[in-house]
Design a binder for this molecule. Sequence first.
Ligand code: DC
Length: 215
Amino acid sequence: MRVIAIDGPAGSGKSTVARALAKHLGLKYLDTGAMYRAVAFAVLRAGGDPDDAESTTATARLVDLDIGLERVMVDGVDATVEIRGPEVSRAVSAVAANPEVRKELVSRQREWAVRQGGGVLEGRDIGTVVFPDAELKVYLTADPEERARRRAKEVTDLDYEQVAADIARRDALDTTRAADPLVEAADATVVDTTGLGIDEVVATITALLDEGASS
Ligand code: DC
């Protein structure tokens, strides 16, 4: 089973790069951040409190998730737009810090990869927790200013200052939480995407795969 792990902070270019790489390699693609966002969406939709660990865990275990390339369905409801919105973005850190939620989603991610016969998975803990034996682990980074610029462009109703503050807040929460914090796997290759185009990053990763295949 061929698994490629793409980890890194918000705005590092993970989604764009992982999608393009999956297409290039003929593999399926899974955005695991969308899964945490989808659980946050389900909690908010039910009128729940994302900080209430018990009910959030129950929601994570029961929720029906369909994470597609173009569409994210949560219990049969199209949540593609909402999961990127400010309410879910605020709620998602608490959801992602919940160890029981993580256990549930990690197990769904592993099942997904087995079902698909491998894939490109992007997130924060793919190389460290979900697939420590991945064929290749890439940790993408970029300057915080560039990351905020990219995110601000993605979500049209947000301004740069807001996005920069939100990214800084989420970086801090993601890297300091007790459960599977965002860290580079010891054997990950760090690729700084500041000033690089998608094609350049995909070419860099493809070269890493070729190196691995020939060594
Ligand atoms: O990549 P993103 O911004 O869509 O991720 C949303 C949140 O989920 C973010 O706070 C980090 C968290 N996350 C995580 O903890 N583990 C993952 N594998 C993916 C995302």
